[in-house]
Design a protein around this ligand. Structure first.
Ligand SMILES: [Fe+2]
Ligand SMILES: [Fe+2]
Ligand SMILES: [Fe+2]
Length: 408
């Protein structure tokens, strides 16, 4: 069994950075919520593992949201469908052994205290869920004061009063009292600015240690995020899964080492994670993209790099994932590397990505059959876009490649 030496917090934090991008205009929501939850937790006298769990659940609390539309709705103080993303988030976390204990907290992070307090759940879960709910609403209210650089300090009393009005109804009285206490200072509000909140999170990260995890554990974390990316558009459902399976299969055909094949699978799962920053409408657009829209789409593979680059132990996976739009002749993006600069694994992911995308329906065309896909891949080889060796390998195992790509 391959063991990866990865810092769980670092991995969760980096990947959740991608979640933060779903806000498009409201970025770093997860980090601000984690910061405020931690301040309230400290005030409550919570320590150790309880604080770690609170922080991690807060960072991940919106993992059930991949659509920019849903995110914008959550930025309203009240929205009747807010429970859906709690459920999706909890289901996702439950698929991952290392994070499953956070699922109930995420599940109830929009449940009013008046209802939650009598539910048959551990006290710690109820408090953590309600703490996240409360500061999540604080962040939403803050948003109104953060536009146009207007000063959050001017709005803080209004925000505090709005939270106080829900004491005992939406929010647990002790938690509201803790919040009222910590939010008296200017520093509390000024710390919500991006550079401060990122610094706060970095300190938390630096206090945690590397943890060995096996491939299955790591993959289960990564799959949460690949699921989120794929769920952004109805057209890309399971795209990352397909790219991952096909990349791994091609790696095996090239007789790469077991660990390289496993990392290829991870790279496939993560290659499009930068798409979380893209507005849904762009990914679903049926017609031709305008130059501005194309420029926006093009940044996603660089965003993939930005999101993954800080996870120590995943350097190669980061490279192979971020280079999936590079082309053999140097005409790809974002680095314009050509074959000599591209590892075989990166060339494999690039081919697997094109193959899987062609096998799926897109807003502007139907899904293609294996022989039609092969024709396009061969044309791309002739144009100098894709690696000839990799495409030849696909050709000689076409049926299995198709099955891996579409998940038969
Ligand atoms: Fe939220
Ligand atoms: Fe892509
Ligand atoms: Fe892709």
């Amino acid at each position: 069994m391959t063991i990866f030496n990865i810092n769980l917090h670092e991995a969760v934090y980096s990947l959740s950075d991608a979640l933060d991008l779903v806000g498009v205009t409201h970025i770093h929501h997860g980090k601000r919520v984690a910061y405020m939850a931690a301040e309230c937790g400290k005030q409550m006298g919570w320590r150790g593992q309880r604080m770690d769990d609170l922080f991690q659940a807060a960072i991940l609390h919106d993992c059930g949201v991949s659509k920019t539309l849903v995110h914008s709705r959550l930025a309203q103080f009240e929205w009747e469908k807010e429970g859906d993303h709690c459920m999706i988030g909890a289901v996702l976390l439950n698929t991952c052994p290392l994070l499953a204990h956070l699922a109930p907290v995420v599940r109830y992070h929009h449940t009013h205290w008046s209802e939650l307090k009598d539910m048959d759940l551990p006290e710690e879960v109820k408090f953590a869920a309600n703490c996240i709910y409360m500061v999540d609403r604080v962040d939403v209210l803050s948003l109104g004061f953060m536009v146009d650089q207007s000063n959050l300090l001017l709005g803080r009393e209004e925000i505090r009063m709005k939270i106080f009005e829900k004491r005992g109804d939406w929010f647990c009285p002790e938690l509201v009292d803790a919040f009222m206490q910590v939010s008296r200072s200017e520093a509390f509000w000024l710390s919500l600015e991006s550079e401060h909140v990122s610094g706060y999170v970095s300190v938390w990260l630096s206090e945690t240690t590397q943890r060995e995890m096996d491939f299955e554990e790591l993959r289960s974390i990564v799959r949460i995020f690949s699921y989120i990316v794929d769920a952004k558009s109805p057209f890309t459902k399971s795209h990352s899964d397909g790219v991952a399976r096909l990349s791994r299969y091609l790696g095996e055909l090239f007789e790469l080492s077991k660990v390289s094949c496993e990392m290829l699978e991870l790279a496939g799962l993560l290659h499009d994670i930068g798409k979380l920053r893209q507005p849904d409408a762009l990914l679903d657009k049926p017609g031709k993209l305008t130059p501005a829209e194309y420029a926006q789409i093009q940044r996603h593979s660089f965003d993939t790099y930005t999101i993954l680059k800080n996870i120590k132990g995943l350097e190669k996976v980061t490279q192979w994932a971020a280079l999936h739009h590079e082309r053999a002749d140097g005409s790809g993006y974002p680095y314009h590397l050509s074959t000599e600069g591209l590892a075989i694994e990166a060339r494999i992911v690039a081919v697997a990505d094109v193959f899987q995308a062609l096998a799926q329906k897109r807003p502007y065309r139907d899904s293609l059959q294996p022989d039609e896909i092969m024709e396009i891949l061969n044309e791309m080889v002739d144009e100098g876009k894709l690696d000839r060796g990799v495409v030849l390998c696909v050709d000689s195992h076409l049926q299995t490649c198709w099955e891996k790509a579409v998940g038969v």
